[in-house]
Write a protein that binds this ligand. Structure first.
Ligand code: TTJ
Length: 646
């Protein structure tokens, strides 16, 4: 029950309160239903829920600055300079509108009107849910020279909305501070970098908005401001920063049709990937949907029409496929509509049919015009697509050939593979080992029943920089594909996977890290399901061997080395060897330190799916041509793969 000491004589007020409290109790009972999970992800979701309200106000045209501050004790403050949540009495509830916003489930978006509500996405559950899941929450509203305030604890108001001070007559805005409930969340520590990524994305998706992120925690002090005048146009530039653009300017289309506001930005680069990211009301739609379908249709149709009309494609030649046109294209599609319908297993796929037509017609019309006005750009894209078409044809022939061969000869495993004898994938592991010599030690060391070894010669092909035909022709890649057994692309079938652990084993040095990254890039681009389902691991060889009085210790990093040395005493009897590579260990040592399931350390590779664009960027930055962004990136990220939270 409400514990507040208010002396409100309105009987209805109390009655309303009871109903309201029941509503928020439900949120505390089943938090996962409202915010997806109570993990770190759910915790950060609280911030997004609050910020979404300010972004709505910005989209309505009344707010241009949002500030998000991580305070000490893991509280978060969100401030905007919008009109302020209304403080007047809401007739239906008999309460100030602001109190309804924070204490009634699904009240978000009922007030105001105009503009597009961001809420209504995957979760989009609103401020009351954040309130329900907080130890306490305080809201302050700046309106007509007054500062209004209300405090809640676990969703209950502590006193009726009151005026606590004065402000400049023309200052308006809302400030919310909340403290997530530690009895609900597994962990209440906010991660600056996680918030940073989402705030950057928000700023890209809402052109002209200024979002400041500030960390005030002791020892962690830092801040960053995001402001993109060009919105998603700058998003595409950002995503392409480590690649060579095929032409200078990002192509941009914008318009509104049937209640759907559409923005599309695209630019081709020298890579071979299609990097298209779609959003609905600022929420990512990893499974695409009608907006993406409309975009693809418009793109294919418009380029084929242009190529035909301008004799780049003769009448008797095969039309360009969508895939050909999208090769090496980075694109962002952002639509905003008032009642998005989400479909699919994870509710991450847009279903509204009007979005298909709106995107299709806006892109077709504006892209056609753009191509007429920019013939050099049009020609460059068409020619790149024609090359893609030829490469795809060559790759298909190569694949058909291997398919026919395997049909005739059965699946022959690669010669270099030392397979295990157990045939149950659940028990089996495959070590992908750098270099033939380490491969030799590993073959001797392994447990033959369950451990297979596939040595790779030197650096594997960088799939970020090669066309499909070359990738399929590469011996190391072919060996991996056949060893895994899953096939690839349209043939990919995870149920055929021959090993439930794919373990990348490389030297613990810079070259080894590079080879691991090349491997992960290949897996991420061609068999992402293997990573998603948790089958991919990194082996962790030791960095040091310490010997003293015939006893041996291994240290996997410098901290561990120090710990061991403190324990055994730092004296002249210590013999410390720093391993430069797997090759320096004999097979027994390799087994003991890196391969023995009883004693080894394995790191599982996972994909943090909050921001696919950032993961793609990580790989292209690491693997791309440009030296400068790669150096900056590596310097900025102590770990060599950001987002691959290994
Ligand atoms: C709605 O229409 C009438 C004028 O005020 C509009 C409004 O509510 N604007 C608004 C809400 N701006 N900012 C918010 C908001 C900000 C935070 C930080 C948290 C919440 C729940 C709302």
């Amino acid at each position: 029950m409400n514990t507040d000491n208010n002396t409100n004589t309105n009987a209805e007020y109390g009655a309303d309160q009871i109903q309201i409290l029941e509503g928020l109790e439900a949120v505390r009972k089943r938090p996962g239903m409202y915010i997806g999970s109570t993990s770190s992800r759910g915790l950060h979701h609280l911030v997004y829920e609050i910020v979404d309200n300010s972004v709505d106000e910005a989209l309505a045209g009344y707010c241009d600055t949002i500030e998000v501050t991580i305070l000490k004790d893991n509280c978060v403050k969100v401030t905007d300079n919008g009109r302020g949540i209304p403080v007047g009495i809401n007739q239906k509830a008999g309460l100030p509108a602001v109190e309804v916003v924070f204490t009634v489930l699904h009240a978000g978006g009922k007030f105001g009107g105009g503009g597009y509500k961001v809420s209504g996405g995957l979760h989009g559950v609103g401020a009351s849910v954040v309130n329900a899941l907080s130890n306490w929450l305080e809201v302050e509203i700046f309106h007509e020279g007054k500062v209004y305030k209300q405090r809640y604890e676990r969703g209950n108001s502590m006193y009726p909305l009151k005026v606590v001070g004065e402000c400049e007559e023309d200052k308006t805005g809302t400030q919310v501070v909340f403290s997530p409930d530690g009895s609900i969340f597994e962990d209440t520590v906010f991660d600056y970098n996680v918030l940073k990524q989402r705030m950057r994305e928000m700023a890209f998706l809402t052109k002209g908005i200024r979002i400041r992120l500030i960390d005030e925690r002791e020892g962690l002090e830092q801040e960053k401001e995001f402001y993109y005048e060009g919105g998603i146009k700058e998003f595409v530039t950002y995503l392409n920063k480590s690649k060579e653009a095929l032409y200078e300017n990002v192509i941009y289309c914008e318009g509104e049709k049937d209640g759907v506001y559409v923005e599309v930005a695209l630019q081709h680069n020298d890579s071979y990937n299609d990097a298209t990211y779609s959003f609905v009301n600022n929420i990512t739609t990893p499974e695409g949907g009608t907006h993406l379908a409309g975009f693809r249709n418009a793109l294919t149709k418009t380029f084929n029409a242009y190529a035909k009309n301008n004799k780049i494609l003769k009448d008797n030649e095969t039309a360009l496929s969508g895939e050909d046109i999208r090769e090496g294209m980075t694109a962002v599609i952002s639509v905003k509509l008032s009642e998005p319908q989400f479909e699919g297993q994870t509710k991450q796929k847009l279903g509204n049919s009007e979005a298909r037509g709106a995107v299709d017609s806006i892109v077709s019309e504006q892209l056609t015009y753009f191509l007429e006005q920019n013939p050099a750009v049009a020609k460059a894209i068409c020619e790149k697509s024609l090359l893609a078409q030829r490469a795809r044809e060559a790759a298909r022939k190569a694949r058909d050939l291997t398919r026919r061969k395997t049909a005739l000869e059965g699946t022959s495993l690669p010669g270099k593979l030392a397979d295990c004898s157990d045939k149950d994938p659940k028990n089996c592991e495959i070590f992908i080992v750098e270099g033939d010599s380490a491969g030799g030690s590993a073959k001797t060391a392994r447990s033959r029943a369950t451990q297979a070894i596939l040595p790779l010669r030197g650096k594997i092909l960088n799939v970020e920089k090669a066309r499909l035909d070359k990738i399929y022709g590469n011996a190391e890649i072919k060996a991996m594909i056949t060893a895994f057994g899953t096939g690839i692309h349209e043939d990919f079938d995870i149920s055929k996977l021959r090993y439930h652990k794919i373990i990348i084993m490389t030297d613990a040095d810079v070259d080894g890290a590079h080879i691991s990254t090349l491997m992960l890039t290949f897996l991420y681009r061609f068999m992402p399901e293997l990573i998603r389902q948790g089958y991919v691991y990194l082996a962790k060889p030791p960095l040091y061997k310490i010997e003293k009085n015939k006893k041996v210790w291994y240290a996997y990093d410098d901290i561990e080395l120090n710990n061991i040395l403190s324990e055994i005493g730092r004296d002249g009897n210590n013999k410390i060897q720093r391993y430069k590579g797997l090759g320096e260990m004999d097979s027994e040592q390799l087994w003991e330190t890196t391969m023995d399931p009883e004693t080894r350390i394995l790191e599982r590779v996972t994909i943090d799916d909050t921001s696919t664009s950032e993961i793609d960027l990580t790989f292209t930055t690491l693997m791309g041509d440009k030296v400068e962004p790669r150096r900056e990136f590596i310097e900025a990220n102590a770990q060599y793969v950001q987002n691959l939270d290994v």
